[in-house]
Design a protein around this ligand. Structure first.
Ligand code: BV8
Length: 252
Protein backbone atom coordinates (compact mmCIF):
# COMPACT_ATOMS: atom_id res chain seq x y z
CA UNK A 1 0.00 0.00 0.00
CA UNK A 2 1.65 3.19 -1.07
CA UNK A 3 1.29 5.73 1.77
CA UNK A 4 0.76 9.21 0.36
CA UNK A 5 3.86 11.26 1.20
CA UNK A 6 3.27 14.10 3.69
CA UNK A 7 2.48 17.36 1.90
CA UNK A 8 5.91 18.67 0.96
CA UNK A 9 6.30 22.06 2.65
CA UNK A 10 7.84 24.54 0.22
CA UNK A 11 9.72 26.15 3.15
CA UNK A 12 11.26 22.79 4.03
CA UNK A 13 12.21 22.16 0.40
CA UNK A 14 13.87 25.58 0.13
CA UNK A 15 15.67 25.06 3.45
CA UNK A 16 16.81 21.59 2.37
CA UNK A 17 18.23 22.90 -0.91
CA UNK A 18 20.08 25.67 0.96
CA UNK A 19 21.40 23.19 3.53
CA UNK A 20 22.51 20.71 0.82
CA UNK A 21 25.23 23.19 -0.16
CA UNK A 22 26.60 23.58 3.40
CA UNK A 23 29.49 21.70 5.01
CA UNK A 24 29.02 22.75 8.64
CA UNK A 25 25.87 22.73 10.78
CA UNK A 26 25.13 23.55 14.44
CA UNK A 27 21.81 22.47 15.98
CA UNK A 28 20.54 23.99 19.25
CA UNK A 29 17.64 22.23 20.95
CA UNK A 30 15.34 22.88 23.90
CA UNK A 31 12.56 21.11 25.74
CA UNK A 32 10.24 21.17 22.70
CA UNK A 33 12.24 18.47 20.90
CA UNK A 34 11.35 16.06 23.74
CA UNK A 35 7.66 17.05 23.99
CA UNK A 36 6.62 14.27 21.56
CA UNK A 37 8.45 11.81 23.79
CA UNK A 38 5.94 12.72 26.50
CA UNK A 39 8.28 14.98 28.49
CA UNK A 40 6.74 18.23 29.76
CA UNK A 41 8.30 21.44 28.50
CA UNK A 42 9.04 24.30 30.88
CA UNK A 43 6.81 27.09 29.72
CA UNK A 44 4.04 25.33 27.83
CA UNK A 45 0.52 25.26 29.30
CA UNK A 46 1.25 21.89 30.92
CA UNK A 47 4.82 23.02 31.52
CA UNK A 48 6.75 22.47 34.69
CA UNK A 49 6.89 26.15 35.30
CA UNK A 50 3.13 26.61 35.08
CA UNK A 51 3.07 25.08 38.54
CA UNK A 52 6.44 26.18 39.91
CA UNK A 53 8.77 29.16 39.70
CA UNK A 54 12.13 28.15 38.18
CA UNK A 55 14.06 30.20 40.72
CA UNK A 56 12.42 28.13 43.44
CA UNK A 57 13.51 24.88 41.86
CA UNK A 58 16.35 25.08 39.33
CA UNK A 59 18.60 27.31 41.49
CA UNK A 60 21.11 26.90 44.37
CA UNK A 61 18.99 29.25 46.53
CA UNK A 62 15.87 27.18 45.91
CA UNK A 63 17.73 23.99 46.78
CA UNK A 64 19.21 25.50 49.95
CA UNK A 65 15.75 26.72 50.97
CA UNK A 66 13.91 23.45 50.35
CA UNK A 67 16.04 20.51 49.14
CA UNK A 68 13.14 18.11 49.60
CA UNK A 69 10.82 20.09 47.26
CA UNK A 70 13.56 20.38 44.63
CA UNK A 71 14.38 16.69 44.86
CA UNK A 72 10.70 15.73 44.53
CA UNK A 73 10.54 17.85 41.34
CA UNK A 74 13.63 16.21 39.87
CA UNK A 75 12.48 12.77 40.94
CA UNK A 76 9.10 13.37 39.15
CA UNK A 77 11.02 14.33 36.00
CA UNK A 78 13.43 11.38 36.30
CA UNK A 79 10.49 8.97 36.54
CA UNK A 80 8.85 10.62 33.46
CA UNK A 81 12.10 10.45 31.48
CA UNK A 82 12.86 6.85 32.55
CA UNK A 83 9.98 5.55 30.41
CA UNK A 84 10.48 8.06 27.56
CA UNK A 85 11.96 7.12 24.21
CA UNK A 86 13.65 9.34 21.61
CA UNK A 87 11.09 10.49 19.02
CA UNK A 88 11.53 10.85 15.21
CA UNK A 89 12.81 14.40 15.79
CA UNK A 90 15.73 13.17 17.94
CA UNK A 91 16.47 10.44 15.42
CA UNK A 92 16.35 12.85 12.46
CA UNK A 93 18.98 15.04 14.14
CA UNK A 94 21.19 11.98 14.72
CA UNK A 95 20.88 11.26 10.97
CA UNK A 96 21.53 14.92 10.03
CA UNK A 97 24.89 14.62 11.81
CA UNK A 98 26.02 12.18 9.08
CA UNK A 99 25.25 14.70 6.32
CA UNK A 100 27.70 17.36 7.50
CA UNK A 101 31.51 17.03 7.76
CA UNK A 102 31.37 19.58 10.57
CA UNK A 103 28.46 19.19 12.99
CA UNK A 104 27.65 19.98 16.63
CA UNK A 105 24.41 19.49 18.56
CA UNK A 106 24.06 21.75 21.62
CA UNK A 107 21.12 20.79 23.80
CA UNK A 108 19.68 22.63 26.78
CA UNK A 109 17.87 19.44 27.74
CA UNK A 110 19.01 17.24 30.59
CA UNK A 111 16.91 14.18 29.58
CA UNK A 112 19.62 12.32 27.67
CA UNK A 113 17.32 11.49 24.73
CA UNK A 114 19.69 12.85 22.07
CA UNK A 115 22.44 10.48 23.26
CA UNK A 116 19.87 7.66 23.36
CA UNK A 117 19.02 8.49 19.71
CA UNK A 118 22.74 8.01 18.93
CA UNK A 119 23.72 11.65 18.43
CA UNK A 120 27.50 11.62 18.84
CA UNK A 121 28.75 15.21 18.42
CA UNK A 122 26.69 16.49 21.33
CA UNK A 123 27.08 19.00 24.18
CA UNK A 124 24.57 18.72 27.05
CA UNK A 125 25.20 22.33 28.05
CA UNK A 126 22.91 22.17 31.12
CA UNK A 127 24.18 18.76 32.25
CA UNK A 128 22.26 15.53 32.77
CA UNK A 129 19.37 14.71 35.11
CA UNK A 130 20.94 11.24 35.51
CA UNK A 131 24.07 12.62 37.19
CA UNK A 132 24.25 13.54 40.86
CA UNK A 133 26.88 15.47 42.86
CA UNK A 134 27.86 15.19 46.52
CA UNK A 135 27.47 18.60 48.16
CA UNK A 136 30.42 17.84 50.45
CA UNK A 137 33.07 16.31 48.17
CA UNK A 138 31.83 17.72 44.84
CA UNK A 139 32.22 14.24 43.36
CA UNK A 140 29.82 13.46 40.51
CA UNK A 141 28.49 10.16 39.17
CA UNK A 142 25.66 8.71 37.12
CA UNK A 143 22.74 7.33 39.14
CA UNK A 144 19.49 6.08 37.60
CA UNK A 145 17.95 4.96 40.87
CA UNK A 146 14.25 5.63 41.54
CA UNK A 147 14.48 7.38 44.91
CA UNK A 148 12.02 6.89 47.75
CA UNK A 149 13.55 9.11 50.47
CA UNK A 150 13.92 12.90 50.02
CA UNK A 151 16.10 14.86 50.03
CA UNK A 152 18.54 12.34 48.59
CA UNK A 153 21.68 11.78 50.67
CA UNK A 154 25.19 10.69 49.77
CA UNK A 155 26.79 7.64 51.41
CA UNK A 156 28.92 10.15 53.36
CA UNK A 157 25.75 11.62 54.87
CA UNK A 158 25.88 14.93 52.99
CA UNK A 159 23.14 16.05 50.59
CA UNK A 160 23.27 14.95 46.96
CA UNK A 161 22.11 17.40 44.28
CA UNK A 162 21.20 16.88 40.62
CA UNK A 163 24.37 17.61 38.61
CA UNK A 164 22.55 20.00 36.26
CA UNK A 165 23.29 23.69 35.68
CA UNK A 166 20.95 25.84 37.76
CA UNK A 167 19.96 29.47 37.22
CA UNK A 168 22.66 31.73 38.57
CA UNK A 169 25.37 29.09 38.00
CA UNK A 170 28.01 29.63 35.32
CA UNK A 171 28.45 27.51 32.24
CA UNK A 172 31.53 25.32 32.09
CA UNK A 173 34.06 27.50 30.20
CA UNK A 174 35.24 24.53 28.11
CA UNK A 175 31.66 23.78 26.96
CA UNK A 176 30.86 27.42 26.24
CA UNK A 177 34.02 27.96 24.20
CA UNK A 178 33.41 24.73 22.23
CA UNK A 179 29.82 25.82 21.54
CA UNK A 180 30.79 29.39 20.62
CA UNK A 181 33.59 28.21 18.31
CA UNK A 182 31.22 25.85 16.51
CA UNK A 183 28.51 28.50 16.04
CA UNK A 184 31.14 31.02 14.97
CA UNK A 185 32.33 28.85 12.09
CA UNK A 186 29.03 27.16 11.16
CA UNK A 187 27.52 27.86 7.74
CA UNK A 188 24.08 26.97 9.13
CA UNK A 189 22.37 26.97 12.55
CA UNK A 190 19.06 25.26 13.38
CA UNK A 191 17.22 26.27 16.58
CA UNK A 192 14.66 23.64 17.56
CA UNK A 193 11.98 23.47 20.26
CA UNK A 194 13.14 26.30 22.48
CA UNK A 195 11.39 29.45 23.68
CA UNK A 196 14.82 31.10 23.63
CA UNK A 197 14.16 32.62 27.05
CA UNK A 198 17.38 31.29 28.58
CA UNK A 199 20.37 33.46 27.66
CA UNK A 200 22.35 30.60 26.04
CA UNK A 201 20.17 30.57 22.89
CA UNK A 202 20.42 34.30 22.10
CA UNK A 203 24.01 34.29 23.40
CA UNK A 204 25.02 31.60 20.92
CA UNK A 205 22.97 32.96 18.00
CA UNK A 206 24.72 36.32 18.49
CA UNK A 207 27.96 34.44 17.71
CA UNK A 208 26.65 33.13 14.39
CA UNK A 209 28.34 34.42 11.26
CA UNK A 210 26.60 37.27 9.46
CA UNK A 211 25.98 35.10 6.40
CA UNK A 212 25.08 31.92 8.30
CA UNK A 213 21.83 30.26 7.23
CA UNK A 214 19.50 30.15 10.26
CA UNK A 215 16.24 28.25 10.74
CA UNK A 216 13.88 27.83 13.67
CA UNK A 217 11.66 24.77 14.21
CA UNK A 218 8.83 25.42 16.68
CA UNK A 219 5.09 25.15 17.18
CA UNK A 220 4.82 28.91 17.42
CA UNK A 221 6.74 32.16 16.89
CA UNK A 222 9.32 32.98 19.56
CA UNK A 223 11.67 35.87 20.34
CA UNK A 224 14.13 34.23 17.95
CA UNK A 225 11.73 34.05 14.99
CA UNK A 226 12.33 37.58 13.75
CA UNK A 227 16.03 36.97 13.28
CA UNK A 228 16.10 33.66 11.36
CA UNK A 229 15.96 32.97 7.61
CA UNK A 230 13.36 30.19 7.93
CA UNK A 231 10.60 29.60 10.49
CA UNK A 232 9.28 26.05 10.17
CA UNK A 233 6.09 25.76 12.21
CA UNK A 234 4.90 22.34 13.31
CA UNK A 235 5.85 19.51 15.66
CA UNK A 236 9.58 18.81 15.28
CA UNK A 237 8.86 15.08 15.41
CA UNK A 238 7.26 15.60 11.97
CA UNK A 239 9.09 18.59 10.46
CA UNK A 240 12.63 17.28 11.10
CA UNK A 241 12.06 13.89 9.40
CA UNK A 242 10.54 15.82 6.47
CA UNK A 243 13.65 18.03 6.30
CA UNK A 244 15.87 14.94 6.44
CA UNK A 245 13.98 13.24 3.62
CA UNK A 246 14.14 16.36 1.42
CA UNK A 247 17.87 16.64 2.15
CA UNK A 248 18.51 12.95 1.47
CA UNK A 249 16.84 13.26 -1.95
CA UNK A 250 19.12 16.19 -2.78
CA UNK A 251 22.32 14.72 -1.42
CA UNK A 252 21.93 10.96 -0.78
C1 BV8 B 1 24.61 31.90 32.98
C2 BV8 B 1 18.85 22.80 33.70
C3 BV8 B 1 26.54 33.28 32.96
C4 BV8 B 1 18.09 22.54 34.94
C5 BV8 B 1 18.21 25.01 32.90
C6 BV8 B 1 18.86 38.57 32.39
C7 BV8 B 1 19.17 38.57 31.04
C8 BV8 B 1 19.89 37.51 30.47
C9 BV8 B 1 20.30 36.44 31.24
C10 BV8 B 1 19.96 36.43 32.57
C11 BV8 B 1 19.25 37.48 33.15
N1 BV8 B 1 19.09 37.18 34.45
C12 BV8 B 1 19.68 35.98 34.72
C13 BV8 B 1 20.22 35.54 33.58
C14 BV8 B 1 20.98 34.33 33.40
C15 BV8 B 1 20.06 33.11 33.34
C16 BV8 B 1 18.98 33.26 32.28
O1 BV8 B 1 19.22 33.01 31.11
N2 BV8 B 1 17.79 33.67 32.73
C17 BV8 B 1 16.71 33.89 31.78
C18 BV8 B 1 15.54 32.97 32.13
C19 BV8 B 1 16.33 35.36 31.86
N3 BV8 B 1 20.92 32.05 32.93
C20 BV8 B 1 21.72 31.45 33.82
O2 BV8 B 1 21.75 31.65 35.00
C21 BV8 B 1 22.69 30.47 33.17
N4 BV8 B 1 24.02 30.83 33.56
O3 BV8 B 1 24.10 32.58 32.12
O4 BV8 B 1 25.87 32.13 33.50
C22 BV8 B 1 27.57 32.78 32.04
C23 BV8 B 1 27.38 32.91 30.66
C24 BV8 B 1 28.37 32.44 29.82
C25 BV8 B 1 29.51 31.85 30.36
C26 BV8 B 1 29.66 31.68 31.73
C27 BV8 B 1 28.68 32.16 32.59
C28 BV8 B 1 22.37 29.08 33.59
C29 BV8 B 1 20.95 28.74 33.12
C30 BV8 B 1 20.72 27.24 33.26
C31 BV8 B 1 19.29 27.01 33.71
N5 BV8 B 1 19.06 25.57 33.69
N6 BV8 B 1 18.08 23.69 32.84
C32 BV8 B 1 16.86 21.73 34.68
O5 BV8 B 1 16.58 21.32 33.53
O6 BV8 B 1 16.15 21.50 35.67
S1 BV8 B 1 17.30 25.95 31.85
C33 BV8 B 1 15.80 25.19 31.53
O7 BV8 B 1 15.10 26.08 30.68
C34 BV8 B 1 15.89 23.90 30.74
O8 BV8 B 1 17.17 23.39 30.54
C35 BV8 B 1 15.30 24.30 29.40
O9 BV8 B 1 15.99 23.74 28.35
C36 BV8 B 1 15.59 25.72 29.43
C37 BV8 B 1 15.04 26.58 28.39
O10 BV8 B 1 13.71 26.29 28.16
P1 BV8 B 1 13.32 25.68 26.74
O11 BV8 B 1 14.18 24.50 26.48
O12 BV8 B 1 13.33 26.74 25.73
O13 BV8 B 1 11.88 25.15 27.06
P2 BV8 B 1 10.54 26.01 27.05
O14 BV8 B 1 9.49 25.20 27.72
O15 BV8 B 1 10.83 27.39 27.53
O16 BV8 B 1 10.19 26.13 25.51
C38 BV8 B 1 9.83 24.96 24.79
C39 BV8 B 1 9.63 25.42 23.36
O17 BV8 B 1 9.37 24.27 22.56
C40 BV8 B 1 8.46 26.36 23.18
O18 BV8 B 1 8.86 27.43 22.33
C41 BV8 B 1 7.40 25.49 22.50
O19 BV8 B 1 6.59 26.24 21.60
C42 BV8 B 1 8.25 24.53 21.73
N7 BV8 B 1 7.63 23.22 21.47
C43 BV8 B 1 6.82 22.51 22.29
N8 BV8 B 1 6.49 21.33 21.69
C44 BV8 B 1 7.13 21.32 20.49
C45 BV8 B 1 7.86 22.51 20.34
N9 BV8 B 1 8.60 22.79 19.24
C46 BV8 B 1 8.60 21.88 18.25
N10 BV8 B 1 7.92 20.70 18.31
C47 BV8 B 1 7.19 20.40 19.41
N11 BV8 B 1 6.52 19.23 19.45
Amino acid sequence: MNSTPPPANSQLQALASDLARKQSLVVITGAGISAESGISTFRGIDGYWARFNPQELASPEGFARDPELVWRWYDERRRQILTAQPNPGHRAIAELEKHFPEFLLITQNVDGLHAQASSKKLIEIHGSIWRVRCMRSGQEWENREVYEQFPVKCRCGALLRPAVLWFGESYQPSLISRAQKAVNSAEAVLVIGTSGQVWIVSGLLAQARQNALTAEFNLEQTETSHSVNYLILGPSGQTLPQLLSELTQLSP
